[in-house]
Design a protein around this ligand. Structure first.
Ligand code: MN
Length: 175
């Protein structure tokens, strides 16, 4: 399940400052959401699992409103070192453009994360600065040609961390 081959194949580490990545080791429970201004702006949700970062690209970004189901394309596993990465990926390179850490913190699965990811119904909790509470990723039906580009939907669970009025993507940080 944890595999950095695709990640490394897509990148030329003599040109990009992104980490080539250490080998997958033991697992913590951190997450990051990168804001990535590549060909199109998007948000990359990455959860630490089995020594890599499981990653989804979310074009419209996360929403605190449970009614907003945001498309999330599964992307290749990223190395753990990527969790702190910020920088500008050179133009013409894979994912060229600026990348910043938009939110980070701890996460925890609500069930068996490996089984739930396989099943395509994955519930988890986030303890970030911006994203908190329960979240769900559900895999869309259909047979993707490239398993690395599976379509999922990301949405907020109903709980005290939900917010139907604030757009977290543009909200001013609380003092
Ligand atoms: Mn990205």
């Amino acid at each position: 399940m944890a595999d950095l081959g695709t990640y490394r194949k897509k990148r030329d580490f003599s040109k990009t400052a992104e980490p080539a990545g250490s080998e997958p080791t033991s697992s913590g429970s951190r997450f990051v959401v990168h804001k990535h201004s590549a060909t199109a702006d998007h948000y990359d949700l990455r959860l630490e699992l089995d020594g890599v970062l499981k990653s989804w690209a979310v074009p419209k970004g996360p929403s605190l409103n449970p009614a907003d189901k945001r498309f999330a394309a599964a992307t290749e596993d990223h190395p753990i070192d990527y969790i702190d990465f910020e920088g500008v990926i050179p133009e013409g390179e894979y994912g060229g453009g600026p990348m910043i850490v938009w939110d980070t913190g701890d996460w925890a699965p609500m069930g068996d994360p490996r089984a739930d990811l396989k099943k395509g119904a994955f519930k988890f909790r986030l303890w970030g600065d911006k994203l908190k509470g329960g979240w769900m990723l559900t895999r869309l039906k259909g047979k993707p040609e490239d398993k690395g580009k599976e379509g999922w939907l990301l949405f907020k669970e109903h709980d005290t961390a939900m917010d139907t009025k604030t757009d977290i993507l543009t909200a001013r940080p609380k003092a």
